[in-house]
Design a protein around this ligand. Structure first.
Ligand SMILES: Cc1cc2nc3c(=O)[nH]c(=O)nc-3n(C[C@H](O)[C@H](O)[C@H](O)COP(=O)(O)OP(=O)(O)OC[C@H]3O[C@@H](n4cnc5c(N)ncnc54)[C@H](O)[C@@H]3O)c2cc1C
Length: 382
């Protein structure tokens, strides 16, 4: 068995994590090939303590998943996204899995999986399922064997501690962290994607694996408990925000390099693109605070994060279009940085059920008794 990238015991450093993360990714550019994975960038993040960093300090981390860690987590995700969206996707999955373990796992499960994170194991959340050969199911208590697969599973073959949802005989879904050997059970043949090629997003078949009691995380259907399920989307928005900033950077860099920036049409597009990037940043900042505040204001946080999803998607699509129009055809050539940045961002903007998220937010707005000016801000005067 080969370990696909080196595993090292590291100490998470509580300060400067965003800078460490961004520079680690910048120093280790990820590949852009089908069937690839950002081995060097992930090893650099591991070396900088980022795999343990989501854990609370008592478990050897830097507390990124605590409410007090929200701003640092946002800046880490955004900084990694700015460097490379495939790396950002993989790291966001790792953070999401640990957040679920910390929220719902029993003490022994948390301790065991925290030790795995400190030892350098990569986590991910694999919830999406293929129509064929069928989703993941777990046998009865007396014979808890898995059948079925997960699809669109990022880091397939590299994630050695995937958190999956599996259907119980009664139809509810149980979270499990299933230990996997590197390079086992992963099929990347279907991931011939427009962008995000290096995210190793594939299908993983778990059929035949036996579940141990300590693999179970939380109670059935905990995964879908609100507001955490929907509001957790703020984290992928932070990664996308970094991707938008990278597109704007390439846009601005091209105008400077070609001496075309003073043209009024180019200036107008650059201004619109800067507005889009700043809109995304402001929404992500507020969404992160709403989603992680304690006590969290449930329905309101879910609605706000849903609005943020739409705003960031719109900002990303605008940033891509404006950059491509300003740069022109050379932005579609592989040699130009915009080419890959735009493909990765366009692909990563595709997230589950965007219409449903917007409709849910609109329903909240329609049914709320708060005046419009106080919908999202308690402190606003009536
Ligand atoms: C790079 C990348 C990595 C990923 N990695 C993971 C991973 O590690 N783990 C994981 O679990 N998933 C992963 N995913 C999958 C992701 O979570 C979503 O499942 C996926 O992106 C959904 O995309 P979609 O556009 O097909 O969404 P859909 O939800 O199918 O939306 C497509 C369109 O259909 C609409 N729509 C949705 N439902 C309905 C309906 N019932 N009726 C009518 N219209 C509907 C939507 O509003 C939208 O307009 C990844 C995705 C990407 C892009």
């Amino acid at each position: 068995m080969t370990i696909p990238f080196p595993i090292a015991q590291v100490n998470a450093r509580p300060v400067g994590l965003a800078e460490l993360a961004a520079s680690a990714v910048a120093r280790a550019p990820a590949p852009d090939r089908h069937d690839s994975f950002p081995v060097e960038a992930m090893a650099a993040l591991r070396g900088a303590g980022l795999l343990a960093a989501p854990l609370p300090e008592a478990l050897g981390g830097a507390g990124l998943c605590t409410p007090a860690g929200t701003e640092r987590l946002r800046d880490v995700l955004r900084g990694i996204g700015r460097g490379n969206l495939a790396v950002g996707r993989i790291y966001e999955g790792h953070v999401n899995a640990l957040a679920l373990v910390l929220r719902y796992g029993s003490d022994p499960v948390r301790a065991r999986l925290a030790a795995d994170a400190r030892a350098g194991h990569l986590f991910g959340v694999w919830n999406t399922e293929p129509a064929e050969p069928g989703g993941l199911a777990i046998g009865p208590e007396a014979d808890p064997v898995l059948t079925g697969a997960k699809s669109y599973a990022s880091g397939a073959g590299y994630v050695t501690r995937p958190l999956v949802t599996a259907r119980l005989p009664d139809g509810r879904r149980q979270m499990l962290v299933v230990p996997l050997d590197p390079e086992s059970r992963a099929d990347l043949s279907g991931w011939r994607a427009h962008g995000m090629r290096a995210s190793a997003t594939g299908t993983v078949d778990f059929t035949g694996l036996r579940v141990n009691p300590l693999d179970r995380v939380g109670a059935p259907d905990d995964y879908y408990r609100q507001p955490f399920f929907a509001a957790g989307a703020w984290r992928f928005l932070a990664v996308q925000c970094g991707g938008i900033e990278a597109v704007l950077e390439a846009h601005r860099g091209h105008l400077a390099a070609t001496g075309r920036g003073a043209d009024p049409h180019q200036r107008a597009r650059l201004g619109q693109a800067a507005t889009a990037a700043e809109t995304a940043r402001l929404f992500v900042e507020r969404a992160g605070h709403m989603a992680t505040a304690e006590p969290v204001s449930g329905d309101r946080a879910v609605a706000y994060v849903a609005l943020a999803r739409g705003a960031v998607e719109r900002a990303g699509l605008d940033a891509i279009e404006l950059a491509q129009r300003s740069v022109g055809l050379s932005g579609f050539l592989e040699a130009h940085p915009l080419e890959r940045l735009a493909r990765d961002l366009a692909t990563y903007l595709r997230q589950p059920a965007p219409d449903g998220a917007l409709a849910g937010a609109a329903t909240y707005v329609a049914e709320s008794e708060a005046p419009v000016h106080a919908l999202w801000h308690d402190s606003e005067p009536a």
